[in-house]
Design a protein around this ligand. Structure first.
Ligand SMILES: Nc1ncnc2c1ncn2[C@@H]1O[C@H](COP(=O)(O)OP(=O)(O)O)[C@@H](O)[C@H]1O
Ligand SMILES: [Mg+2]
Length: 274
């Protein structure tokens, strides 16, 4: 049975729930030999519809794991993840796949476009995978125009710049009108000017269209574009603060460094299971 279906449409779910994403006491451990790596330890996070949240932390602090839990790409070993009113643990594999395709937009550092397809068909991929019934080329054109890539739709990824490729990936993530847009280090492969233009684009999508965005980054110059910053250290949230408290990336960077230096005493990252 498809457990995504209910009396409420996904859009009605969004409106009924102020928090579009709720992570409660979520833990994730990975087996490693006789021990386990605790990538996340009892993480709690509530994200309101239309918010732009940056998750910061050093490499290995659990940022991608947190994003993957919210995306339903992996399941927590403890706690719960509710997105768009749906507790992901209640979904069958087939329903989870459908939920991911329809309600989650995901973009990555490496763009992950299909090299053999032009930009237009890359953008259409999630709809094709879902068995697209009607011609959506008008939707692609409109979205591409909003993202500034309408003149590049016939081009394959290898003839697009990095910034253009990421815009195509953002269009692909948005074509299904997802409940949340998740971005894992989306500027990590771009020069700083192009990276900033992608940040501005994400900010505009939030301000002008009410998109909910959860972005993972270790760069203060990226996090400063968000509304709220969440800092992870050794799999735990050690601080949350509004980005608007900081005038620029430099002052946010100084605060971030203070948090990392003074954060909770680091528990052992590798805990024995027996
Ligand atoms: N699939 C996996 N198997 C084993 N360990 C993993 C796996 N994914 C992540 N980890 C470990 O979990 C911790 C957090 O990783 P990750 O979430 O990728 O951190 P970040 O994105 O902040 O760099 C790291 O110690 C990493 O090695
Ligand atoms: Mg990562």
């Amino acid at each position: 049975m498809d457990k995504v279906d209910s009396s409420l449409s996904p859009q009605e779910h969004s409106q009924a729930n102020e928090a579009i994403c709720k992570v409660e006491a979520a833990s994730k451990s990975y087996p490693q030999g006789d021990a386990s790596v605790e990538a996340l330890r009892s993480v709690g996070l509530s994200i309101k519809t239309g918010a732009f949240v940056a998750v910061m932390g050093a490499s290995g602090s659990g940022k991608s794991t947190l994003l993957h839990l919210i995306a339903g790409l992996t399941s927590p070993t403890g706690g719960s993840v509710v997105v768009d009113g749906v507790d992901l643990s209640t979904l069958s594999d087939a329903a989870l796949t459908r939920f991911r395709r329809e309600r989650i937009g995901l973009i990555f550092q490496s763009f992950n476009l299909v090299p053999a397809l032009n930009a237009s068909n890359n953008i259409l991929l999630p709809l094709m995978a879902g068995g697209m019934k009607d011609d959506r080329s008008a939707n692609v054109k409109e979205l591409a125009s909003r993202l500034g890539i309408d003149h590049r739709l016939e081009h394959r990824p290898d003839s697009l710049s990095g910034g253009e490729q990421q815009r195509v990936a953002i269009a692909r993530a948005l074509i299904t009108e997802p409940a949340v847009l998740l971005a894992d280090e989306p500027t990590g492969s771009l020069d700083s000017t192009t990276g900033q233009s992608i940040c501005k684009l994400l900010r505009d999508l939030c301000d002008q269209q009410g998109r909910t965005i959860i972005l993972v980054t270790h760069e203060p110059s990226v996090a400063v574009w968000a509304d709220q910053v969440v800092v992870l250290k050794d799999g735990q949230i050690i601080e949350e603060f509004p980005a608007c408290e900081f005038q620029d990336a430099q002052s946010l960077a100084a605060h971030y460094q203070e948090i990392l230096d003074e954060g909770l005493p680091s528990p052992q990252a590798v805990a024995s299971t027996n």
